[in-house]
Structures are given as C-alpha cells and as structure tokens.
Design a binder for this molecule. Structure first.
Ligand SMILES: Cc1cc2nc3c(=O)[nH]c(=O)nc-3n(C[C@H](O)[C@H](O)[C@H](O)COP(=O)(O)OP(=O)(O)OC[C@H]3O[C@@H](n4cnc5c(N)ncnc54)[C@H](O)[C@@H]3O)c2cc1C
Length: 368
C-alpha cells in the first residue's frame, strides 16, 4: 500500500536534498541514491524543465550532469511518443525474434522465480507500485530474452502496477531490453544481480556466464505462462459543479500539474476516460495515487467519462488542456508541452545523438 503522497512543497525539499554526485555513482545499485521522483514526473505533477532548473540552481553542471542525462532519457521517450504515436506499441526498429508466446511467465506474476532479489523486488512492486530501474531491466530480460515472451503483454502487466506508469518510458524500455528498439538484447546473470544487490545467491537458473545464458533454452521455471486479466476500477461518476461562464481547464492522469495556469479562476476537471483505461489498465494502487495527486490541486473535480460526453461542453467560453498524446481528441486550445530542450529537434535516431544535441544546449545555457 502507498503510505503517503507528497505535496509540491515536500517534493521541493526532496529535490533540494538530492545528491546528484552520489546518484551518478550508485544509481545502478538496488540500494543506490535514486530519486524515486518518477511517479510525480510521470503524472505531470513536476515537469522535467522545472526539475532540471531547480537542480541547476544549486548544483554545478558537471555534478548534475548524470542526473540530467537520465531525465533526458524520459524526454527522448516522450518526444518519440508525441511524434510517432501508437507506433511505440509495435516492434519499433527490429522484429523481436525468437518469440515463444504472447503471455507473462507465471513466476513473475507470483514472485517465485527463485532469484531472491528479483522476487523481493516483485513483491515490493505489488505493494508499493515502485521498482528500481535495474530490477525492471532484470524482469524484462527474463520475460523477453530468457522466456522469449513478446514484450507487449509483459509491459502492460508492469505498467498496470507502476505508480509511475508512463506508456512511452514503459513500452520503449521494454523494447530496448528485447532488442526491438536497440541493436542488441539486454542480458544479465546471477553475478550481476549479486553485485548490484550486494547479495551472494548461487546455483539459480541465471548462475551462468553471459555466453551460456545467451545460448540457453528457456529454463523449466520460466516455461509456465499465465493469462492476464488487467482491469481498472474507476470511481463511480459523481455530479459536477460547473460554472458555464468560466473557462474549462482539462487535466488527465498524465497532466496533473499543480502549477498550471493557477492565476485564472476556471472550472478544473480531471478527465478519466474509460476508453483510455480499458486500453491501458492501471491497478488500484496507481489509480489511488492519481486521485490523491488530484486532491492536491485546488478546485480540481474528477469527471469519469469520455470528454465528448461532458454535459454542456460547447457552452464554455474557452476549453484548455495540455498537449499530450492522450489529449489529441480534446476540444479547445492545447498548451505546448514543457520540454527541457525545446530547441533540439524531434529525435530521429539513437538516444546518444539526441543527448549530444541536448548537452550542447545545456552547456551553452548554463552559467559556469
Ligand atoms: C522495463 C522498464 C520499464 C520501465 N517503465 C517505466 C514506466 O512505466 N514509467 C517510468 O517513468 N519509467 C519507466 N522506466 C524507466 C525507469 O526505470 C524509471 O523512470 C526509474 O526507475 C524511476 O525511478 P526513479 O525516479 O527513482 O529514477 P531515478 O534514477 O532517480 O531517475 C530520475 C528520473 O530520470 C528518469 N529516468 C531515469 N532512468 C530512466 C530510464 N531508464 N528511462 C527513462 N527515464 C529514466 C525518470 O524520469 C526518473 O524519474 C522503465 C524502465 C525499464 C527498464
């Protein structure tokens, strides 16, 4: 269960305490100094430029760079989603081969792989909705490259449980691991798990050299699969109090920004569209997190329904939302998305090329 949802003030304190140097040195360790800010970033509660600028107001660029580099991965994935839309849900650059099935290995669902660290990470995902990046890479590699499941169904399962569920980071990270968005598949072995979890487990089905693992058949432990039935239980629709003489500002579960257009006295609605949540289900934990964030935005009411069915939509003098792949069909004006590097063109190739362009802008714009 999620213990508490932070306010913007508390998040600012967290950001101001973040040590980007320790982050750079330890982020791959499961107990490393990671920020755990992603649920708030994914939901749009804090934006990437806000976070970058707040860090750079306190820390020098060389010290902050490894953290900003990781933020840039999110911007890269987001901008591919904005530009390419649903293509991110198909094998993006290469076909995934070989594929044995389109399911999830049962042991991932039950947290019974026998690799203690991975099972602990899975249990913690189910209870807290958070999982460390390295553990996400392990389970994606187990599912796609060892059990040879196509990446899409397992990615939906992980997305369902994550508080930071973000369709772009999720789909494209799974594809990166499965080799459909990268030049090679990602593999790990028990020794790697032991190093990054500071544990010493031996004799598991991953306790082999990389050469052996890349050639091995799917171990019996990973062969059983499970059918997923993921469903979002949306809140019951409630009556809304709307003033048709004022503007209507529309939010989604990805654009819950408490600092957005706060100077205007407007109707503010979080739109939870059943069609979206049917296509991309989220767990109770994730939904409760979204609703708790919504409570932190002044006068934000929750509308459960399709945006086009909102009563009296045409009567509002003005309708405004934020530009996002999930708001394309929203009526009215769309505010530009907040990028860290708006002057860098849409990514067309690798992350490395995108980062090089962003880094140039970063160096040029950051006072020494
Ligand atoms: C298989 C898989 C699935 C993933 N699914 C999601 C998802 O649904 N939602 C999501 O937000 N992230 C996803 N990620 C990316 C990454 O794991 C998380 O963003 C990160 O672990 C969040 O924890 P943190 O905030 O403590 O990260 P930190 O390490 O503190 O990083 C700070 C921020 O940098 C960004 N970042 C860091 N690492 C990555 C990365 N590898 N890719 C993209 N952005 C990154 C995130 O915005 C993160 O919040 C996935 C990664 C993998 C391998």
């Amino acid at each position: 269960m999620i213990t508490s949802v932070k306010s913007l003030k508390e998040l600012n304190n967290d950001i101001d305490r973040l040590d980007p140097v320790a982050y750079g040195q330890t982020r791959n360790y499961l107990d490393g100094a990671v920020s755990k800010l992603s649920p708030y970033i994914s939901r749009g509660f804090i934006t990437l430029p806000y976070l970058k600028d707040r860090i750079l107001s306190r820390v020098s660029l060389p010290d902050a760079e490894s953290f900003i580099y990781e933020l840039c991965w999110r911007e890269y994935f987001q901008r591919i989603w904005f530009a390419q839309g649903d293509k991110i849900f198909t094998d993006f650059k290469n076909k995934q081969l070989p594929i044995a099935h389109y399911h999830l290995p049962q042991v991932l669902l039950e947290a019974t792989t026998g690799i203690h660290v991975i099972d602990e990470q899975l249990k913690s995902l189910y209870s807290s909705g958070y999982m460390h990046n390295h553990a996400r890479m392990y389970i994606a590699s187990l599912a796609c490259n060892i059990a040879r499941a196509h990446w899409l169904v397992p990615s939906r399962w992980l997305y369902y449980h994550l508080l930071d569920g973000d369709l772009a980071s999720n789909a494209l990270s799974w594809q990166w691991v499965a080799g459909t968005f990268s030049s090679k598949k990602y593999y790990f072995n028990q020794n790697n798990v032991n190093t990054y979890s500071r544990t010493v487990q031996q004799h598991t089905f991953m306790d082999f050299s990389y050469e052996e693992i890349m050639k091995m058949n799917t171990p019996p432990a990973l062969q059983e699969t499970s059918e997923l039935t993921l469903k979002t239980i949306l809140p019951k629709p409630t009556s809304l109090s709307l003033d048709y003489t004022k503007s209507l500002f529309l939010y989604t579960s990805y654009t819950l920004d408490p600092q957005w257009r706060t100077n205007t006295n407007a109707n503010r609605l979080l739109v939870l569209e059943p069609s979206h949540f049917n296509s991309f289900p989220v767990s109770d934990n994730a939904l409760n997190f979204i609703l708790s964030l919504a409570e932190k935005i002044n006068d934000l009411q929750v509308y459960v329904g399709e945006v086009t069915n909102l009563p009296g939509l045409e009567e509002f003098p003005e309708i405004i939302s934020k530009q996002h792949p999930t708001t394309q069909h929203f009526p009215g004006h769309k505010d530009e998305p907040a990028w860290m590097f708006p002057e860098v063109p849409e990514p067309r190739g690798s992350f490395t090329g995108f980062w090089k362009s962003c880094e140039k802008v970063l160096i040029r714009n950051t006072p020494i």
